[in-house]
Design a protein around this ligand. Structure first.
Ligand code: UFG
Length: 329
C-alpha cells in the first residue's frame, strides 16, 4: 500500500510506540503522537508531531479529532507492570480501561472507526497449552491482564454496535531495539529481563536476579517468546492495512513461536557482550507461568506478516548496542 495516510499514535513516546512511529514514517505516512510523557520520552520520537496530553481527556480528543482527519489510531498508552497492577488495580482500571473507553467513544463520535490496540499475552493467564493460539481461553490472573481483556471485550461490542473496526495485538515479550541504536527500551523502572541483564553486565546494577530455577522446563528457568520490536511494529502496520482493505475486527497473538529460557537469554547476552552476567538466584516471582510461547500462525496468514529478526542473538545484539549509548533514563 503506497498511499500516504494520517495516523494518530497514542503513547508514541514509549518503547513500542516510538518504534511504531519510526515504522510509519519509514512507510511514508504522516504521524501525530499524543502522549502525556508519564512513561515516555519526547526525545524518543524520530519524527511526527507531538501533542502532550492525556488520552482520557475528552475535550482534548474532541479538539484533536476536529483539527485532524486521521485514517487510523494506534493505542499504546497503558501501564504495564503486572505486580503494580495487583497492589494498585484502580490505577490500571482507570488508565487502561476507563481512559480507553473515553477514547473509543470520542473516536466513534467523530466517525473515526479504525483502531489497532496494544494487548498482551497476559489476557490468557496461566496457559492450558503451548504454543498459545487465539482459541486459548482468556482467563487473566492479574488486573493488568484483566484491563487489557476488558478493552478487547469493549472492542468486540463496539464492532457489533457501531461498525467500529479494530485489531487487538497480543504481544508476548517485546525486545530489542532500533538496529542503528537511535531508540530502544527505556522503562522507568525497568523490570524486563534483557535490559536488566545488559545493565548488570555494564555494572549499572549489581546483579541480575534469576527468578526461580525450579520450573518444569529443561533447564529449570522460565521460557518466554521474545519478539523483535521492529517485527512487532511491522505487524501493526500490516494490521492497519488489513483494516483499510476491509478486514474484520480481529485479535492476533504476536511472537516468534520459539521459546527461550531465562538461562538461554543470559547465555545470548554473555556471547554478545563478551562478558559474564553477574547473577543472583532468587525465589520465583509471583505470577510467572513456566512457559509462554505464541502460536502466531493466524497473524502470519491473515496479515502476511513474517518476522525479520527471529533469532535471539540479533534481538540481544540490538538491545546491547542501545544499552551502551542510551540516555541515563
Ligand atoms: N526475569 C528474571 N529476572 C528479572 C526479570 C525477569 O529472572 O530481573 C524472568 C521472569 O521471571 C520471566 C522472564 O525473565 O521468566 C521474562 O520476564 P520479563 O519481566 O522480561 O517479561 P514477562 O514475561 O514477565 O512480561 C511480559 C510483558 C508483560 C506482560 C507479560 C505477559 O513484559 O507486559 O509478558 O505475561 F504482561
Amino acid at each position: 500500500m503506497n498511499s500516504k495516510k494520517n495516523i494518530l499514535v497514542i503513547g508514541g513516546c514509549g518503547y513500542i510506540g516510538s518504534h511504531m512511529v519510526k515504522c510509519l514514517l519509514t512507510a511514508g505516512h504522516e504521524v501525530v503522537v499524543l502522549d502525556d510523557l508519564s512513561a515516555g520520552f519526547a526525545d524518543s520520537l524520530l519524527g511526527g508531531k507531538l501533542i502532550v496530553g492525556d488520552c482520557g481527556d475528552r475535550e482534548l480528543l474532541n479538539q484533536i479529532f476536529s483539527q485532524h482527519k486521521f485514517d487510523g489510531v494506534l493505542h499504546f498508552a497503558s501501564y504495564i507492570q503486572v505486580g503494580e497492577s495487583v497492589t494498585n488495580p484502580a490505577k490500571y482500571y482507570q488508565n487502561n480501561v476507563a481512559k480507553t473507553l473515553t477514547l473509543l467513544e470520542t473516536m466513534k463520535d467523530h466517525n473515526l472507526k479504525t483502531l489497532i490496540f496494544s494487548s498482551t499475552a497476559a489476557v490468557f493467564g496461566e496457559p492450558d497449552y503451548s504454543p498459545i493460539d487465539e482459541q486459548h481461553p482468556r482467563v487473566p490472573i492479574n488486573p493488568y491482564g484483566m484491563s487489557k481483556n476488558m478493552v478487547e471485550a469493549m472492542l468486540q461490542d463496539f464492532d457489533h454496535a457501531y461498525d467500529f473496526r479494530s485489531v487487538a495485538l497480543r504481544y508476548f515479550n517485546a525486545a530489542g531495539a532500533d538496529a542503528e541504536a537511535r531508540i530502544g527500551e527505556r522503562h522507568q523502572p525497568e523490570t524486563h529481563l534483557i535490559p536488566l541483564a545488559l545493565q548488570a553486565v555494564l555494572g549499572k546494577r549489581p546483579a541480575l536476579k534469576v527468578f526461580g530455577r525450579d520450573y518444569e522446563t529443561p533447564d529449570g528457568t522460565c521460557i518466554r517468546d521474545y519478539i523483535h520490536i521492529d517485527d512487532l511494529s511491522t505487524a501493526h502496520l500490516l494490521a492497519l492495512e488489513y483494516l483499510w482493505n476491509g478486514g474484520e475486527t480481529a485479535a492476533f497473538n504476536l511472537g516468534n513461536g520459539a521459546g527461550f529460557s531465562v538461562q538461554e537469554v543470559l547465555d545470548a547476552v554473555e556471547k554478545v557482550a563478551g562478558k559474564p552476567v553477574p547473577i543472583e538466584n532468587t525465589e520465583r516471582r509471583a505470577g510467572d507461568p513456566a512457559r509462554l510461547v505464541a502460536d502466531s500462525s493466524l497473524a502470519k496468514k491473515t496479515l502476511a506478516w513474517q518476522p525479520q529478526y527471529p533469532d535471539l542473538s540479533t534481538i540481544v545484539q540490538h538491545a546491547w548496542q542501545w544499552e551502551q549509548k542510551r540516555p541515563t533514563c
